[in-house]
Ligand binder design. Structure first.
Ligand code: BEZ
Ligand code: FE
Length: 308
């Protein structure tokens, strides 16, 4: 809706509410901000006109938003969690990561990434609490033509067997448990040892958890590990690897699952190979390849409206 100077109504009625509010922005000189606020006001008023909330319902909504803010701490971000469970985080992520076909798809970052994870050697075991079934994760980092990317960085993190990240259990789990930064070799290959991921709940003891319950939804994320892959001259990708055998793949509370990110974990019962690998038996293996897009080919939401 255009904001013009001609014959703007001064006072608000139910019918002219959008027009009256938008007219107050005529001095706004930032076109992007003005466009965003215009859209928000138009949609917000449309929602209110559709719902026609009672005054008590409106106060309940304000109370919910207040609690969402009050639940945030240095280590907990309830607003992002709200955005996650409403599907907004994934929508923003998808809009900002339109990629050519074959490139590794992105998914939600989540709240448990820590910068400064320890640098590891290829093959290292990042499972410091010794819990869970051992898993060997390996693969290759290439460009969209299949050429290896040497020296790519893989920043990996995951929850432990009990479904918690190390930062959720200080003093219980070893610091930097199940985290590490690896670098691909000259052929783009990498491998490391860890524990097979388990499904686990997102923080459900706050307003977002109550919203999920009221909506008849559960709070369990399917088993996954997180990776950020970066390479010089390539667009970084923030992504996950999901276990095809995990429950909840079709009902992830944060909508982070994409078909291309679901991988087959192979089960092994082979004491000799386990001993060679320096892990317990039985164990699992998974191959997770990454395809990065050159920064020159990079997409942005404004310039490339593909994959809609
Ligand atoms: C996670 O996978 O770590 C996560 C993502 C979104 C919300 C909560 C947790
Ligand atoms: Fe996670």
């Amino acid at each position: 809706m255009e904001v013009s100077n001609v014959e703007q109504p001064l006072y608000m009625t139910e019918e002219n509410s959008v027009e009256v509010v938008l007219a107050r922005m005529k001095e706004c000189s930032d076109p992007r901000f003005r466009m965003i606020m215009t859209s928000i006001i138009m949609h917000l008023h449309a929602v209110i006109k559709e719902i026609e909330p009672t005054q008590d319902e409106w106060y309940a909504a304000i109370h919910f938003l207040t609690q969402t803010g009050q639940t945030c701490t240095d280590t907990r971000q309830e607003w992002i969690l709200l955005s996650d469970v409403l599907g907004v985080s994934m929508l923003v992520d998808t809009i900002n990561n339109r990629k050519p076909s074959g490139a590794t798809e992105s998914t939600v970052l989540g709240p448990f990434h820590v910068s400064g994870a320890p640098e590891r050697e290829l093959g290292d075991n990042i499972c410091l609490d010794g819990k869970g079934m051992p898993v060997v994760v390996s693969g290759r980092v290439t460009d969209t033509n299949g050429s290896p990317i040497a020296g790519a960085t893989l920043d990996v993190w995951m929850a432990n067997e009990d479904g918690f990240y190390d930062v959720q259990q200080p003093g219980i789990q070893p610091g930097m448990n199940l985290r590490g930064i690896f670098h691909s070799d000259a052929d783009g290959r990498y491998w490391f040892r860890s524990a097979r991921p388990q499904y686990y709940p997102i923080p459900g003891d706050g307003p977002v958890g109550r919203l999920l319950k009221l909506s008849g939804r559960h709070d369990l994320r399917p088993a996954h590990l997180h990776v950020i892959v970066t390479g010089l001259g390539y667009e970084p990708v923030v992504t996950h690897c999901f276990d095809r055998k995990s429950p909840y793949l079709d009902s992830d509370p944060v909508f982070g699952v994409k078909e291309s990110l679901i991988l087959d974990f192979e089960d092994h019962n082979d004491q000799e190979r386990a001993s060679q690998l320096g892990i317990g038996n039985p164990f699992a293996t998974v191959t997770m390849d990454f395809v990065l897009v050159s920064s020159q080919l990079g997409s942005s939401p404004k310039t490339e409206n593909v994959a809609r």
